[in-house]
Write a protein that binds this ligand. Sequence first.
Ligand code: PHE
Length: 360
Amino acid sequence: MLYRSASKERLFLCYSIHMRTKLLNLKNQALALIREAENKKELEHLRIQYLGRKGQINQILKSIPGLDDEEKQKLGQLTNDVKTAIEQAIKTQQQSLQKRPKKTWFDVTAPGKLPPQGHLHPISQAIEEVTRIFERIGFTRVRYPEVDWDWYVFESLNMPADHPARDEWETIFIDAPPHKKMGQMVLTTHTSNGQVREMERVKKPPIRMLNIGKCYRRQQDRTHTVMFHQFEGLVVDKNIGIPHLKGTLDYFAREFYGPQAKSRIRPSNFRFTEPSFEVDFTCTHCSGRGCKFCKSGWHEVGGAGLVHPHVLKAGGINPKKHSGFAFGWGIERSYTLKPRLNIDDIRLLYSSNLEFLNQF
Ligand code: PHE
């Protein structure tokens, strides 16, 4: 359509643009083929194909109708540039072929190059390790909701609404109408929400639960992140007492931190355990002697205690027949205390910085 209705000048202009595009395409094609040429013979063949008397460039030029002088000059200039570029490429390729060692033989049995392999994030590795340690003594790994009702996170754990003990938890509430019985929805502040849920699931003791999940609190500094992981142990059976708890904590210390590591429990207060304890582990940097890092030879990691009778009741278990212990603390915190890790800012674990993460 354009050609038919175009004036003579316009027609020349169209031809000229068409020719220029053709020449540039030809150049790109030639350069690519030249770069792939494997030997002198192939290069000579390409030279004839593009630059020879009957070569493609001359063919194009021959097909140009009588253009006006200015257009002819422009096209002539472009043709020369294309020719020079092709000649230059042939020369460069010739030189690089001369430098290249001759391929004499190819070892088909040589092992291939393996693509780089990634690995699990250090926290996923720690979760796996903690799971294996507790599975060996009969615990079952479970997961409970990370957005849960107030009832499971607080109320059923002996923390009524408005009780000051709730203040410790820096809770993030979901902005939705509360349930009549279950209360408001919250981002779980601890994995203790699994305690009553597990009692409801199992119904009859024995229970040996390991609940690992994400927890959320309004906090952020070198040793705290808004999202972190906790693991929660719960054992309910007949005649369960403090020695069972202490034995389990010592077992974990040895398995996770090494044969020298020990646990220590100190009196504390949680609404859902009675008595309650803070749990410390030997500092792995100084083997408990006391150093700059730990000051006392111990690191505090979390809480534990004997399950409060009100909690057993909330889970449908008769506290006169059964008793239990529970413990819980952060995966990140436990992991960074491992020997020789020296991670002094746990936020680095979530920085997506591969230089940092690839070390583990
Ligand atoms: N849930 C408590 C916390 O997050 C720890 C804890 C777990 C204490 C189980 C006692 C028993 O601090």
